[in-house]
Design a protein. Structure first.
Length: 281
């Protein structure tokens, strides 16, 4: 199954037979004081620099989150998303819990962006899915609901099914729903990584849809996080994940190597290209 995400002039295909798609995570003010301040001041030159660095490192899509406390997301999200789309030929992933901000940004963006995200909560399904349908875009579905995030992979599978069913019922094609099995830190629960991997496996086998990860969460609070993130990404790709919102600067190399090893990089061309890019840094 393929999910197509488009900018004005180009497209990225997420799919089981395609190279793993890297969604750059760095335009997100969570835990980044300088970025939060620049977003609040609407100083976008700094943010354009972050975008360029991620693209240079191999990001296929850019995630944009402007969630600074007190900010008017309905104004700032479309403003920044439009500027980035005009500055770079790269598809956009709009990251917001505010469905009005999502609608405002989708109204000014070309192509077919990705929405991050909807979940299994009734309020989220009712608010976000109609926006996704109206604009004909794709959406990430988080496997959590009104009861929170379960530590049971069967429960997460059931939530994924609920999201897919509701999306299809209102006319959203199944291939435009990318399921996120949710990644929690193994520092707090040593079983958390296995639950996510098992959810990936079950969702992939039962529905065949594309699967996204917020990959960096797995190592939170632990030393030498980079090693954990690398190991987890390789395992997740093997279990059926097809894209991740992650750090392209530090993790594109391991992703390209994994693609090569599973036969999704003809003549190692993407791996070699990434190697040359890293040598220039």
């Amino acid at each position: 199954m393929e999910t197509v995400i488009k900018s004005a002039l180009s497209e990225v295909i997420i799919g089981n037979e395609m190279p793993f798609v890297v969604i750059g995570e760095k335009i997100n003010p969570t835990g980044r004081k300088k970025l939060a301040a620049e977003i609040k001041d609407r100083n976008y030159e700094y943010i354009l620099g972050i975008a360029q660095k991620q693209i240079d490192a191999g990001a296929d899509i850019l995630d944009i989150n402007v969630g600074v406390p007190g900010i008017d997301e309905i104004t700032v999200l479309p403003e920044l998303a439009k500027l980035i789309s005009e500055s770079f030929d790269v598809p956009i992933c709009l990251d917001s819990a505010n469905h009005n901000a999502l609608a405002a940004a989708l109204a000014v963006l070309p192509g077919k962006p990705l929405v991050n995200s909807v979940n299994g909560e009734e309020a989220s399904l009712d608010a976000v899915l109609p926006v996704v349908k109206d604009f004909g875009v794709a959406v990430i579905g988080l496997t959590m609901d009104d009861n929170g995030i379960s530590n049971n992979f069967e429960t997460r599978l059931a939530i994924a099914e609920k999201i897919l069913t509701r999306a299809v019922q209102i006319g959203i094609p199944e291939n435009d729903v990318v399921i996120d099995p949710l990644v929690l830190t193994v520092g707090a629960d040593s079983n958390a990584g296995f639950v996510t991997l098992k959810t990936i496996e079950l969702v992939s086998k039962k529905f065949g849809v594309n699967i996204n990860l917020g990959a960096s969460n797995v190592s939170f609070g632990l030393p030498d996080r980079h090693i954990i993130n690398q190991a987890f990404l390789s395992l997740a790709i093997g279990f059926g994940a097809t894209c991740a919102i992650t750090d392209p600067v530090n993790l594109t190399g391991i992703i390209r190597a994994t693609d090569l090893l599973v036969g999704r990089d003809s003549n190692a061309m993407r791996y070699i290209k990434n190697y040359r890019l890293r040598k220039k840094v």
